[in-house]
Design a protein around this ligand. Structure first.
Ligand code: NAP
Length: 298
């Protein structure tokens, strides 16, 4: 039977350690860590993600500050808010919940975030450190995936790894992290020819294309590990109901693979947990606390 990489379970285990870490260090720091989340507009999925992040902060003892802005604010006003949060001593992390409405320049906003508070790891400085394989805040979804693989002692070094997708949020930073860990990485995208054949070479196949059920058994080598980053809400046959699915047609590949991530309950919870880790990492650095979290940042 293939192994389920249970992101929900691992995220709860890591959260328990984070909660302990905060309670044993809060006296030294004289305050708990603080995370500011900026949401712009009314995208319902973003609303759910922000709520989940707020709840996760509560569970471990991080103070969360939610800034929900209307989509008629100006770019300049968001930049000013970020500058203010950069200087706020109660805030260790600033997250801009993506996607934001198209009229905003998201990359410019991210570049305003102080790199030491950039808990999404997307600022040029943190991406640069990733390229150089230097310690820094790491983007959450890729770092969550690496921790999920490590939790089951799945070897990365020397393995053939194919990543579907080259976004700044997932595909590129993930490929770099895997490369830094000595995987032999192929990054693919919408213009890749014979995608199925390229994927079939992979010992570890990671699907982050944002295309429901793109990956079927013809993409998968016998005994491979398959990580599904995609998350899609589809109409269900049962009226008024929706169901979640990923980029992988799980029922088609499950008997073939050594290990897989479910959707939901695989990569998603780990993304949220890594946001907590990054926030605490920033707090830890600010107060010179013992650094027991560094292994979680690949
Ligand atoms: P994105 O910015 O839309 O990037 C998608 C990437 O996939 C692009 O590089 C695109 O190629 C490539 N692609 C699209 N269709 C393809 C195809 N048919 N064959 C090969 N490559 C293809 O998306 P993203 O932000 O990386 O997110 C990807 C998925 O992960 C989405 O479903 C998103 O909701 C999900 N996600 C989940 C989490 C989580 O925590 N579970 C976190 C982040 C994202 P081009 O570059 O050529 O356009």
């Amino acid at each position: 039977m293939s192994l389920k990489l249970d992101g929900k379970k691992l995220s709860l285990e890591i959260e328990a350690k984070l909660k302990n870490y905060i309670s044993s260090n809060r006296k030294i720091a004289k305050r708990v860590p603080g995370l500011a989340v900026i949401r712009i507009g009314e995208d319902p999925a973003s609303g759910v993600y922000v709520k989940n992040k707020e709840k996760a902060c509560n569970r471990v003892g991080i103070n969360s500050f939610i800034f929900h802005l209307k989509d008629n604010v100006e770019q300049k006003e968001v930049e000013e808010l970020i500058k203010k949060l950069n200087l706020d001593n109660d805030i260790d992390g600033i997250l801009l919940q993506l996607p934001i409405p198209k009229k905003f320049d998201d990359q410019r906003l991210i570049s305003y975030i102080n790199p030491s508070k950039d808990v999404d790891g997307l600022n040029e400085k943190n991406i640069g450190k990733l390229v150089k394989n230097e310690p820094a805040m790491r983007s959450c979804t890729p770092a969550g995936i690496i921790n999920l693989l490590r939790s089951q002692n799945i070897t990365i070094e020397g393995k053939k790894i194919v990543v579907i997708g080259r976004s700044l949020l997932v595909g590129k930073p993930l490929s770099l992290m895997l490369l830094n860990l000595n995987g032999t990485v192929t990054m693919t995208h919408s213009k890749t020819l014979n995608l199925d054949k390229v994927c079939k070479e992979a010992d570890i196949l990671i699907a982050a294309a944002g295309k429901p059920n793109l990956v079927n058994s013809s993409f998968v080598k016998e005994g491979a590990v398959i990580i599904d980053v995609g998350i899609h809400r589809l109409e269900s046959s049962d009226e008024n109901k929706t169901r979640l699915c990923g980029d992988v047609l799980l029922e088609d590949v499950i008997t073939k693979v050594f290990a897989y991530t479910p959707v939901p309950g695989g990569v998603g919870p780990m993304t949220v947990t890594m946001l907590l880790v990054n926030t605490i990492f920033s707090w830890q650095k600010q107060f010179g606390l013992s650094s027991t979290l560094n292994d979680l940042l690949p």
